[in-house]
Design a protein around this ligand. Sequence first.
Ligand code: SF4
Length: 280
Amino acid sequence: MTTQEDFQTGILPTWCPGCGNFGIWMALKNALTKLAIPNHNTVIVYGVGCHGNMRDWMHIYGVEGLHGRALPVAQGIKLANSGLTVIAVTGDGDCIGEGGNHFLHAAKRNPNITVIVHDNQVYGLTTGQASPTAQKKLETKSTPQGVVEPPLSPLSLALVAGGTFVSRGFAGDIPHLTGIFEKAIQHKGFSVIDVLQPCVTFDKIHTYEWYRERIYTVEPSNTKKEALNASMEWGDKIPLGVFYEEQKETSEDFEAVATLPLVDFPLGIPKRDELLQMFT
Ligand code: SF4
């Protein structure tokens, strides 16, 4: 039987007290426990950022990718062993900034992985510079006069690029977030959860209270166009929930590994001597 304790390492988090990362961490452990996913059959790939420190207090096989490279590593792991549950825990800067290109192409390929975006609008680990999801006018160390350009939306990008499960949660509503994580992990294909995550140290605008006054829940849209419209709503009202879901062939279905995961291929090179002869 899988329990919450299975995912504990005994190391205490070093996140700032009150950080939204705590809620995301808790919801992820809840979801894995409810789905009874054993930690020995799961890999989490982390990006670089405050979120990535979770690797030290999550008792699951983990890899911390280079900045922005969590998704290529996650896809490689899934390709090598499609029997594993593969989750990418990443940040808004890591995933949409440094890793933006990887995010788009992963959504296009539809690998069966789950991507959790800790979206706090700042680079918290480097003391609070604006990230690509920062809202206009947000004053940060890198934008003392306020952000001047409009933000990128992880949800809109995922929808346009081909993501097959596109959703948003809030770090301050752990039961709701747990439910979304459960659905996302069970979804066969590229599932994205954009998690609104207050950074209590470097963003004094987007607090728990600020979000609670605005969030409401939506049902999945019937069409991608409707979901795209919903994904762009931001201001007095901010939607949460599963915006869009569809079933589509995954990259593992059409890769050469569809018949046999790479990990199960026999070792050695067949007809090695004949092959060498060709080059002598
Ligand atoms: Fe969390 Fe912000 Fe502190 Fe990083 S800097 S741990 S995101 S509150």
